[in-house]
Design a protein around this ligand. Structure first.
Ligand SMILES: [Zn+2]
Length: 70
């Protein structure tokens, strides 16, 4: 799944939203065929909602864990 800047001008896919899309989620993994178009507002909202459940992984841990194996 990849997210890109939308190159086509279609409406945001979120129900009740009539903004033009800014981003497109291109997915080939889902059952349904097609892209998901989101405006900046809805994409931002989705990002924040997902952030409640998942934290982006840091490339390198900031603090070294002091475990048994050290
Ligand atoms: Zn929207």
């Amino acid at each position: 799944m990849i997210v890109e800047k939308a190159k086509v001008k279609v409406k945001c896919d979120a129900s009740g939203c009539n903004n033009p899309c800014d981003y497109v989620i291109v997915n080939k993994k889902f059952i349904f065929d097609g892209n998901i178009y989101l405006c900046a507002n809805c994409a931002n909202e989705l990002y924040h909602e997902l952030g409640k459940f998942m934290i982006p992984k840091a490339v390198k841990p900031i603090f070294k864990k002091r475990g048994k194996d050290e």
